[in-house]
Design a protein around this ligand. Structure first.
Ligand code: DON
Length: 560
């Protein structure tokens, strides 16, 4: 009798084991309470510890963001800026803009020589490339207003990681080593990143720990005034930078109304100006809603054709109409209206392409690189989507001497000269020209999605100008193609940003035959390395949560 009943048991055991292995591989694990997905497992674990000790999603997001400043210095930061989009369990929604601002001494043509030509690298590396950092002010604002835990408790995790150190992974070692030259060029005594690293080395950041302690003890004044502020200004003086004590003291994060759209009955809640991300995402979804994408198939030529043509129109409007709406009358309502999307796409014919040179910005009344995203969601329905950046990998490469953190090179996100591309190849015009106090246009797209008014998805990504299209395709993969969150995020992507007029495809997106067909339609195509690193959390129909950290990075979605 015994051995007869053993067989099914072994089979069940084998089946369970197989399911477990498959789940682990695809990371489609569901959790009952909460998930934090970020670019580094140590940082995700900080968020989980905070949630387990009774903190809410904002406490966890802020703790994770400060931890990323220590364990993911390529992009995690206190010397940069970012955006938070949040929704609490009772349905309250808001966004916090802690984007960097241009220093008061900045001028429209500050990166041009006397003949009006762009001076190479001035807006991308070194002291003059930095905007006034917004991260500390923004994260503390979010914590004080929407968190429940003390600043000291939330910062203690990052302080410990900086003070006691942590074992660095291959990605970080490699990244630091690749930029040794610049670190040594721009930094004096605090050459913490100037030496050669190997994976598994212990990275102790004493200066950074001390800066974090100042912030823990004195709040925003611990960064924007006193010791740390003095160090930032002293650093500026070494390299012809222009950030002043007044600039630092006057920096303010801004709480803004989220912008909203719908897509096939789902509600999209996302970030408005000074990011272009949310506006472009809603605009793209409004165009795409008019097509049956599912029947075209993900790798179908018509699918690529519709998306690419939509992207071209949207990015051409981005170049002309999008900027900091506190300085430039950005026609947001029109750009995210369903009627404008229809009108703008009315000249589209399936199977045909219009060259970018023939697509002009619409007719409106005028008015690996590094960023990092983290998503937090809990079963009560609190959702936080936070993207933060230094702009390029390690920002300006300037470490503030004695303060141990890296300054951003966000000034390059302004249009330094009309029509001249930034490091992501994006062009701009008056809407995004430099002016003192103005915020440079971003593509960051921290987004929340509801289904029948209930939490459905928390999503966002780094990736420069490709953030928008990476978030877009992950959403479509879930909503239109019914893919699991892991498959949706991991699936190959493509990108078109109007200029250059090139359809950029990740290696495995389509076959050689399809590339030929796309060329026949008229597309210039280019195979590019994998782009963007989406961090997404999906609410499953049974109320559990599944998170996924993009295969393209080395992050992790952790839950309990
Ligand atoms: O705000 C922006 O759009 C850019 N500074 C983001 C940079 C970025 O995503 C780089 N990461 N891969």
């Amino acid at each position: 009798m015994e051995h007869v009943s053993l067989k099914p048991r072994i089979l069940i055991l084998l089946f369970c084991l197989l399911t477990l292995i498959t789940n682990l591989y695809s990371q489609n694990i569901s959790y009952n309470n909460a998930v934090v997905s970020s670019a580094n497992e140590l940082a995700s674990e900080v968020g989980i510890k905070i949630l387990k000790s009774g903190g809410n999603a904002i406490d966890a997001a802020v703790g994770t963001a400060f931890a990323l400043a220590v364990v993911y210095p390529q992009a995690g930061n206190i010397g940069g800026g970012g955006f938070i989009v949040l929704r609490s369990e009772n349905g309250f929604e808001t966004s916090i803009d802690f984007r960097e601002t241009a220093p008061s001494l900045s001028t429209k043509n500050m990166y041009l020589d006397k003949d009006g030509n762009v001076i190479s690298e001035l807006s991308t590396t070194g002291h003059l490339a930095s905007g006034i950092p917004g991260s500390v002010a923004g994260l503390l604002y979010a914590l004080e207003k929407y968190g429940t835990k003390s600043r000291e408790e939330i910062l203690s995790y990052a302080i410990e990681l900086a003070e006691k150190g942590f074992r660095i992974n291959y990605e970080l070692a490699n990244s630091i080593n690749n930029h040794r030259k610049e670190f040594n060029l721009f930094n004096g005594s605090s050459k913490i990143f100037g030496r050669k690293f190997r994976s598994d080395d212990l990275l102790i950041q004493t200066d950074l720990a001390n800066t974090l302690k100042e912030i823990s003890a004195n709040g925003r004044d611990g960064f924007y005034k006193g010791n740390v502020a003095d160090k930032i200004v002293a650093e500026m003086k070494k390299g012809y930078g222009i950030i002043s004590l007044n600039d630092l003291e006057n920096y303010k994060p801004v709480e803004r109304k989220v912008i909203k759209g719908t897509y096939r009955g789902y509600d999209i809640i996302t970030m408005g100006s000074p990011s272009s991300g949310g506006t472009c995402l809603i605009y793209l979804l409004n165009i795409l809603e008019n097509f049956d994408l599912k029947s075209m198939g993900r790798a179908g030529i018509h699918f690529v054709n519709v998306l690419a043509e939509a992207m071209k129109r949207v990015y051409s409007d981005r170049s002309e109409y999008m900027g900091d709406k506190d300085f430039y009358n950005m026609p947001v309502d029109k750009l995210i209206s369903k009627s404008y999307a229809k009108e703008r796409f009315s000249n589209f014919i399936l199977g045909e392409m219009i060259p970018s040179s023939e697509i002009k910005p619409g007719n409106l009344n005028k008015e690996s690189p590094q960023t990092t995203h983290l998503s937090v969601a809990d079963s009560k329905g609190d959702m936080v989507s936070l993207t933060t950046t230094l702009n390029d990998v390690f920002g300006s490469k300037v470490v503030v001497d004695g303060a141990g953190f890296i300054l951003n090179n966000e000034m390059d996100d302004f249009s330094v000269k009309p029509g001249v591309p930034n490091i992501y190849g994006l062009v701009g015009n008056e809407a995004n020209a430099i002016a003192p106090g103005k915020r440079m246009l971003s593509s960051m797209t921290p987004t929340l999605i509801l289904k029948e008014n209930k939490p459905f998805l928390v999503i966002g990504s780094p990736g420069g100008g490709k953030i928008i299209t990476a978030v877009l395709q992950s959403i479509i993969n879930i909503i239109d193609f019914g893919m699991s969150v892991a498959d949706a995020v991991n699936a190959p992507r493509f990108h078109h940003q109007w200029l250059p007029d090139i359809l950029q495809l990740e290696n495995s997106y389509v076959s050689n035959i399809q590339i030929r067909e796309l060329k026949e339609i008229g597309y210039s195509t280019k195979i590019i390395p994998d782009f963007a690193r989406v961090e997404a959390i999906l609410y499953n129909p049974d109320g559990t949560l599944t998170g996924h950290s993009d295969r393209r990075g080395s992050g992790k979605a952790v839950g309990f």
